[in-house]
Design a protein around this ligand. Structure first.
Ligand SMILES: Cc1cc2nc3c(=O)[nH]c(=O)nc-3n(C[C@H](O)[C@H](O)[C@H](O)COP(=O)(O)OP(=O)(O)OC[C@H]3O[C@@H](n4cnc5c(N)ncnc54)[C@H](O)[C@@H]3O)c2cc1C
Length: 392
């Protein structure tokens, strides 16, 4: 059989996770590594709204040890390549493409429809062909799988990931459902365009503090929020305890309703900033689960019930620590490459030396479970917030 249909390793997804693993495997000299993607390299980033930027800053600090937070290999830096600190989605996708070109990675344009273990590896059915890899790295991300949180009538709303340009949305008054990063970003973008924005949130993520940036708003978002509250031409209104469960079109627009039956009327299509499903849900039967997190072998990031199936990307969880930023999940690229090199009989220690030294092969998982700043944080600015039910 053609080796492109029977690769040693098939990587599903050409985002930062899939590409980073592919480069690490290449460093070990592993041949026949194929990346399959239904869209193309960096497609999730290319689909970001035009105005959105990475909130993790890029800085070309690699030579002194701390690698650019958004790098996917130890020897590249988006800051150095793009000359910017907060790349847009399109810019970051161009960095990913440059890395893929530099390492001559091999791609197949196809959508994976099913994956099942067979005698000598896996059978992977795509919309075009059947692939028979020995090993699989699942790196299909989250962005392609928006989560509407089961809101009744969600089809009448617009998920934030489907917005290509905030300035193209018609209307003046907006309701944004969800107060985490995407919701606050949407609200800021619209307020800066002079709109009246109502941010409906269950909790108050903008007021929470955590030493783990996965649990709280990023410093860049807080900076933008402060700027927006004092300088935006539009207005921003925060509501807590707004657990929206239904959206119904009305003659004047849309009625949003919370669990208590409290309505909110929006003349424009509501924006859902309600997050994403993990692509792992599509092959959930191949993993063992603890709550909503797949349990992966700590030595390899491999499924504990499907040998040979690895996971790389933002849904990675070890010891309750979430690896949902690029700088976090890249810490395991070398771990996956080492495991595959060992299995396929390739040298890994020397080829991955730099990966280990620069934090792309972190073995000690204790590092991410006990992180607390040694000094107390200063008080943060709090926006004015009203209780959803009281405001109605
Ligand atoms: C709004 C937003 C802002 C963010 N900002 C930051 C940030 O500032 N810093 C940071 O570190 N992280 C940030 N993240 C998170 C970061 O974008 C993701 O963690 C990262 O994209 C995950 O990389 P990935 O390679 O796993 O997934 P992706 O980049 O989504 O790549 C997955 C690829 O898999 C492909 N694919 C999916 N399903 C299939 C299939 N069935 N068959 C074939 N191909 C498939 C897709 O086409 C896609 O190209 C942000 C995320 C969002 C949504």
């Amino acid at each position: 059989m053609n080796s492109s249909l029977k690769p040693n390793v098939l990587i599903i997804g050409a985002g930062p996770a899939g590409l980073g693993c592919a480069v690490a495997l290449r460093e070990c000299g592993i041949p026949d590594v194929l990346i399959v993607d239904k869209q193309g390299v960096g497609a999730s980033f290319e689909a970001w709204p035009q105005q959105m930027k990475l909130l993790t800053p890029s800085f070309h600090s690699n030579a002194f040890g701390p690698v650019d937070l958004n790098s996917i290999t130890p020897e590249t830096s988006p800051a150095d390549y793009l000359h910017t600190q907060h790349p847009s989605g399109a810019q970051y996708a161009s960095y990913l493409k440059a890395v893929a070109l530099r390492h001559e990675l091999r791609f197949l344009h196809a959508e994976v429809r099913s994956l099942r273990p067979v005698a000598e590896g896996f059978e992977v059915r795509t919309n075009h062909s059947v692939l028979l890899p020995k090993y699989v790295i699942w790196a299909a991300g989250e962005f392609s799988y928006p989560d509407d949180k089961g809101i009744l009538g969600a089809e009448h709303a617009l998920h934030s990931s489907r917005v290509s340009d905030w300035s193209l949305l018609p209307g003046q008054k907006f309701a944004v459902v969800g107060g985490a990063e995407s919701g606050v970003d949407a609200a800021i973008q619209l307020a800066e365009l002079g709109k009246e924005v109502h941010l409906l949130s269950r909790g108050e993520p903008w007021g929470e503090h955590s030493a783990d940036p996965s649990q709280t708003l990023a410093p860049r978002t807080l900076d933008r929020l402060r700027q927006c509250l004092t300088g935006a031409s539009g207005s921003l209104h925060f509501y807590k305890n707004a657990d929206i469960v239904s959206i119904t079109p009305t003659p004047g627009g849309y009625e949003l309703m919370d669990t208590e039956g409290t309505p909110f009327l929006s003349p424009t299509q509501p924006i859902l900033a309600t997050g994403f499903h993990s692509s792992m849900d599509r092959i959930s039967h191949l993993f063992s689960w603890r709550g909503r997190s797949a349990i992966l072998d700590e030595e390899t990031d491999e499924s504990i019930i499907t040998p040979g199936l690895y996971y790389s990307g933002p849904s990675l969880v070890h010891r309750e620590a979430m690896f949902c930023f690029i700088y976090k999940f890249r810490a395991r690229f070398g771990i996956i490459a080492r495991s595959l090199a060992q299995r396929l009989g390739y040298e890994w220690e020397k080829p991955l030396k730099l990966w280990r030294e620069r934090g792309f092969m972190v073995e000690d998982l204790a590092c991410c479970t006990d992180c607390k700043c040694a000094i107390e944080p200063v008080e943060s600015m709090q926006p004015e917030v009203v209780d959803y039910a009281a405001a109605a």
